[in-house]
Unconditional design. Structure first.
Length: 412
């Protein structure tokens, strides 16, 4: 069997790494797998970079329609209007089945999907495939109907860009041989409620990772490598733009940590931030913050998780929560809110803590609950690693996909 994965890139962000890990996992169990990407950052010969002029024009052209909405907020919105050459490139590769991943930011035009003439699987890394253009809908549920009067565009009109994008999807995707794979129960429920995907087959398969790379490393050694203090309890948070991406929940974490700093924890805790460099405007918590910058090397990330005492993922909406699964595999408990995709990853008071959405006080309580009892903490670590091996191992994910591919192809 020959599988082709379509993704905007391979390893430079969470969605890309998720696609690449599945690609690697399939290859490891003997399935012929390739990736076709716009931006290649790995040195993997099975990843093909599409370098046509249209592909290069995608990112700068993608946002042009958004200029009609000068008051839009900063959330990701992708019209996907520019033509592409992916159908012809896929025809040259001639796979048996095509697995779509995150293909926004001008990479794949909506109208290209029926041109593939192959069975399609779409792994949902966000909500974009079934919305009128947004990656995360926040409180809006208009994707369950027709989209329009988009709160992220602040359009004030029913016939706006989101309605146009939604209508294009309805028209172009009416007769696709398309199967949806959600990465969490929450994502599956959202897809089933959507007007675009409610009639399609929807499966749930968690994201996988290499548990031989993401494994516990001696904490003292990890901290020495990263030049982190040995005598503090370290809280880990990850985001490319901590202060400017509300969906990642940093404001909630900041308030929770400030609460802890004023209640006797200020001399015990320090924060570690991965994915971001030190901002120009300092963030005050009452204790030091260590900025480690962006990392996409698996060993470096495993070292960071192992150096931390707890990973906090306070996202408002998360399709899955790959940072949480990575942390668990490294034996580091996770605190998150009991909402969206993270509910599938963290088992509250078993390998971490799920706080009441979106209560700052309970988020702070969760951090304390994880850290305050050494004997309990050791059990949390053991259970974290055990869940990682059982549910998030790359081979487990790859075999579930391979079984699904075979079933779909048997019906063609």
């Amino acid at each position: 069997m020959k599988v082709l994965h379509l993704s905007t890139s391979d390893i430079d962000n969470g969605g890309a790494r998720a696609a690449y890990r599945l690609h690697q996992g399939l290859d490891a169990i003997g399935c012929t797998s390739q990736m076709l990407v716009r931006a290649k950052f790995s040195h993997d010969s099975t990843v093909i970079a599409e370098k046509s002029l249209l592909t290069k024009l995608g990112p700068p052209s993608s946002s042009l329609p958004l200029r009609l909405y000068p008051n839009q907020n900063s959330a990701m919105f992708s019209p996907q209007w520019l033509p592409d050459v992916l159908a012809s490139r896929a025809k040259e590769i001639d796979p048996d089945i095509i697995n779509l991943h995150w293909v926004c930011n001008g990479y794949l035009q909506i109208e290209t999907l029926p041109k593939f003439n192959k069975p399609l699987i779409w792994t949902l890394h966000d909500l974009w495939p079934f919305t009128g253009g947004c990656s995360y809908s926040k409180e809006c549920q208009q994707y369950q109907d027709t989209c329009g009067d988009c709160p992220q565009l602040l359009s004030g009109k029913s016939q706006d860009l989101s309605r146009w994008v939604w209508q294009r999807k309805v028209k172009a995707w009416a007769n696709l041989n398309l199967t949806i794979v959600a990465t969490s129960a929450w994502m599956a429920d959202c897809a089933r409620a959507s007007s675009l995907f409610k009639h399609l087959r929807i499966e749930t398969i968690p994201l996988g990772l290499d548990t031989d790379k993401y494994k516990p490393i001696d904490k003292r050694f990890a901290r020495e490598l990263l030049n982190l203090p040995q005598d503090k309890q370290l809280v880990l948070f990850g985001s490319a733009n901590p202060a400017s991406d509300p969906r990642k929940g940093f404001d909630l974490l900041r308030a929770a940590l400030q609460q802890l700093a004023s209640s006797g924890w200020q001399d015990r805790l320090e924060l570690v931030v991965v994915g971001s460099t030190r901002p120009q405007e300092p963030i005050e918590l009452g204790f030091p913050i260590h900025y480690l910058g962006f990392m996409h090397d698996d060993l470096a990330l495993a070292t960071i998780y192992s150096a931390a005492d707890v990973t906090v993922v306070p996202s408002i909406q998360e399709a899955f929560g790959q940072m949480a699964s990575e942390s668990l595999c490294c034996g580091t408990p996770v605190v998150a809110f009991n909402a969206t995709g993270l509910k599938d990853v963290v088992d509250s008071q078993q390998n971490g803590y799920l706080a009441t959405p979106f209560e700052i006080e309970d988020l702070a309580n969760g951090i304390v609950w994880v850290l305050e009892d050494p004997a309990r903490y050791q059990k949390l670590q053991d259970r974290a690693r055990a869940k990682g091996l059982q549910e998030f191992a790359s081979e487990v994910q790859a075999r579930r996909y391979l079984s699904l591919y075979k079933e779909i192809l048997s019906q063609v």
